[in-house]
Every structure is written in C-alpha cells, then in structure tokens.
Design a protein around this ligand. Structure first.
Ligand SMILES: Nc1nc2c(c(=O)[nH]1)N=C([C@H](O)[C@@H](O)CO)CN2
Length: 118
C-alpha cells in the first residue's frame, strides 16, 4: 500500500482538560499517514487519481477553526473521520502531539490507526 504523509503539521487550537488550557489556543502538531487504495497516480501523473494532500490539510485546518476538544484522543478521531469519510482513505495513522505541557516532558499525545492496510 502506498502511503501519503504530512509531517509536523502545526495547528493552533483550544484543546485540553484544564481551565488554563481552555483560555487560549495552543499549538498541536500532527503527523498523518494516509493509505491509498491503489498507485494509479504513479502511472497517470494526475492528482485526480489520488488523494490531494493539500486538500486534506486545508480541510483539517478549516474543520478545527470552530471546534474545541478536551482530549488528544477526540482530536485524533475527528481527523481520522475526515480523512477516511471524506477522502476515502482505507487506512490512516495519526499522531497528535502537544508540546511543553508537562514539566520534564518534551512532547505527549496519541497515535491512532483506523481502517485496514490493503
Ligand atoms: N489520555 C489523555 N490524558 C490527558 C489528556 C489527554 O488529552 N488525553 N490531556 C491532559 C491535559 O489536557 C494535558 O494536556 C495537560 O496536562 C491530561 N491528561
């Protein structure tokens, strides 16, 4: 299976459990891996035969503009639903990373996989 990826995709959003986290947007970094059904675009050289990763990035950005989350789990699920439901990816792996939130921890977050590798 071919896999598109977007690495270090930075968003600013309200996310977190604590009152201080809900007062202002904070950076969230995403790493996305998006499985493709086939490798047709490798032969046709045409973006209509694949998933346009620029459109995925724009859609995610747009979708979080009016949303708030408490948990990194919920943000990961939200993004998985967009990538699979709207772009038809059979499989997705998403890492959601928050930075400098806990003392002595550089990054924390979650990695989720949804769907099946084909
Ligand atoms: N499993 C999780 N645990 C915690 C989360 C989370 O999103 N998932 N979030 C927090 C706080 O918001 C954290 O970012 C600051 O400590 C705590 N635990």
């Amino acid at each position: 299976m071919d896999i598109l990826f977007l690495r270090d995709f930075r968003l600013e959003m309200i996310i977190g459990l604590y009152e201080w986290e809900r007062k202002a947007p904070q950076p969230v970094i995403l790493d996305l891996e998006i499985g493709l059904y086939d490798h047709k675009a490798g032969h046709t050289d045409n973006v209509v035969d694949t998933i346009d990763y620029a459109k995925v990035a724009a859609r995610i950005q747009e979708s979080i503009a009016t949303k708030e989350f408490q948990l990194v789990e919920a943000l990961g699920e939200h993004i998985a639903e967009i990538v699979r439901g709207e772009f038809g990816a059979p499989w997705v792996r998403i890492a959601v990373r928050k930075q400098a939130i806990l003392r002595n921890v550089k990054e924390l977050g979650i990695i989720i996989e949804r769907g099946s590798r084909i």
